[in-house]
Design a protein around this ligand. Structure first.
Ligand SMILES: Cc1cc2nc3c(=O)[nH]c(=O)nc-3n(C[C@H](O)[C@H](O)[C@H](O)COP(=O)(O)OP(=O)(O)OC[C@H]3O[C@@H](n4cnc5c(N)ncnc54)[C@H](O)[C@@H]3O)c2cc1C
Length: 502
């Protein structure tokens, strides 16, 4: 029997992002997947701004951007006329939001980007290895794989999608509904003669909506064709081509992936049962409207990874309970929002296609959650639990706060001499995620542990006029703010977030 810290079932975007984070924390991890190979379809093709920030932190954003592209305008086909329509406002990058727009990246490429990064740190997802069943006890989980192998792990994470074996095995209820009458056929194929400038939509083609979105770097499109409840669907390439031509007038060829999708709107009662945790579609599924599922899964991983790392290093177990407390309300909100957007699409009309700021997931906050509770304070612009925004600053090999945050550590920003003197005796444990401390100076030259905020932009963005400390969690959210009693606020945060001891 092999023994590891964490066994992850499912090498989709959620499980792969989690594995990448855990490996950089020095944990021993196995990532298994029941499929024979990595996913090959375009399915989830929208990577939201907040997920791009997570990818930046994991060091995979450049690869993701190179493999992806910008979303085109929607092109609404009304008879022979194509009406251009912008679904979402395009924003300019700013110093606090460096990646403001959704990235068009087929899911198979997102998986490939994460798998390449895993390979760079010596980890290959184990395809053809399904988790079949498991038992847990006080010290760990014993999992039985389809290969005949038994794996012992201190924690098991089910990132094994909507049909999760882990969720069933843990006896966790998945509450919600599936509408089996509402089906959409999704196809990856090439289309001759169709402009690549638009995400083409034929709203009422033969009574059923059809759409074709050009995928970046190639000649493929992702097609979506709404089915009527009674119709049989033939996935043969000739039949698909005939159907598409009849509905749109365009020929399609070289089909590489097909799937029939049914809106399934469900949320787990719990994200954790003892040493077993759920993440991604294993915990929440909803309609694809708004492009939220993959993004919510990657952000589950971003929230869970550091907490698992800290608890395995000796931090209080309660930190792991905060995973459900922080992430379940987010998923509940995403379910509601995507159902609302889906209804808008169903009603027809371009208004139902409009996407706003909520979908970017940048304003998501854990304010008022269990980690924000004791003694939490606020600045003029930020609360504990908010996303820590980026800002320009000059440091040694640091040109912005995101440069300082990138990696598995906590980051402490210290403003002013009095706060600096007050926290001089602060001790941070050697075990678990380390603490990187930066004194923020208004002028002078950068040095080790010093960043210079020449323009005052960092202070303004963080809403800080006087002496203050801001502790940024490894997942990029604010863990503590002290505008007085700096050291005692940080000591209390350390007790909740880090292992005891030096
Ligand atoms: C048409 C459509 C469009 C979508 N568009 C978007 C979008 O634009 N943006 C977005 O964010 N989301 C979108 N989604 C949702 C998105 O596809 C999912 O939310 C996302 O794939 C979830 O990732 P995951 O890693 O949690 O699960 P999955 O991608 O389902 O991966 C689960 C993995 O677990 C493996 N597995 C299953 N059982 C076992 C087992 N017993 N043992 C081991 N491995 C197992 C599977 O083989 C699979 O590789 C869309 C979905 C659909 C259907």
């Amino acid at each position: 029997m092999t023994a590891v810290d964490v066994l992850i079932a499912g090498a989709g975007p959620t499980g792969s992002a989690l594995a990448l984070d855990l490996v950089r924390r020095g944990l021993s991890v196995r990532l298994i997947d029941k499929a024979d190979q990595a996913f090959t379809g375009s399915r989830a093709k929208g990577v939201q701004p907040r997920t791009q920030e997570v990818f930046d932190d994991l060091g995979v954003l450049a690869d993701a951007r190179a493999m992806g592209g910008a979303y085109p305008l929607a092109g609404i086909h009304l008879g022979p006329v194509v009406i251009p329509w912008r679904m979402q406002r395009q924003s300019k990058a700013t110093n606090d939001v460096p990646y403001p727009n959704i990235l068009l990246l087929p899911q198979s490429r997102t998986d490939a980007v994460l798998h390449r990064a895993l390979a760079r740190v010596g980890m290959i997802p184990e395809f053809g290895a399904a988790l079949e069943r498991f038992e847990q006890d006080e010290t760990g989980v014993t999992s039985h794989l389809s290969t005949g192998e038994t794996v012992r792990s201190r924690y098991l994470v089910g990132a094994d999608g909507g049909g999760s074996t882990v969720r069933r095995g843990a006896g966790i209820t998945f509450t919600g509904s599936t509408d089996s009458d509402d089906r959409t056929l999704i196809v990856d194929a090439s289309i001759d003669g169709l402009s690549r400038r638009y995400w083409h939509m034929w709203p009422k083609s033969g009574g059923r909506a059809v759409a074709a979105c050009p995928l970046p770097h190639g000649d493929q499109f992702q097609l979506m064709m709404r089915l009527t409840p009674e119709e049989d669907v033939d996935l043969d390439e000739g039949a698909l081509a005939e159907r598409f031509r009849a509905q749109t007038g365009y020929p399609l060829r070289d089909v590489t992936w097909t799937s029939v999708f049914r809106p399934n709107v469900r949320l787990v009662e719990h994200y954790r049962a003892g040493r077993v945790l759920l993440a991604g579609d294993a915990a929440h599924v909803h309609t694809p409207a708004g492009a939220q599922g993959l993004n919510t899964g990657v952000q589950d991983a971003n929230n869970l990874g550091w907490k698992l790392g800290q608890v395995l290093a000796g931090a209080p177990e309660g930190l792991l309970d905060s995973y459900e407390a922080e992430r379940r309300p987010v998923a509940a909100q995403v379910l509601g929002r995507s159902s609302e957007l889906y209804k808008g699409v169903e009603r027809g009309g371009v208004g139902g296609l409009r996407r706003g700021d909520e979908e970017r997931q940048l304003s998501l906050t854990y304010r008022g959650g269990p980690l924000a509770a004791k003694g939490s304070q606020a600045t003029a612009t930020l609360h504990v639990g908010d996303r820590a925004p980026d800002a320009l600053c000059a440091g040694v090999s640091v040109a912005s706060l995101f440069d300082a945050f990138r990696g598995p550590h906590f980051t402490l920003l210290v403003f002013g001499e009095i706060a600096r003197a007050d926290i001089a005796g602060l001790r941070w444990p050697d075990a678990g995620a380390q603490l990187h401390t930066y004194a923020v100076h208004d002028r002078g030259e950068p040095a080790g542990g010093v960043v210079v905020d020449r323009t005052g932009e960092l202070r303004a963005r963080y809403g800080i006029a006087g002496d203050a400390v801001v502790l940024v969690r490894p997942d990029g959210y604010i863990g503590a703010i002290g505008t007085g009693q700096w050291s005692s606020i940080l000591e209390s945060a350390r007790e909740r977030l880090a292992p005891a001891g030096r």
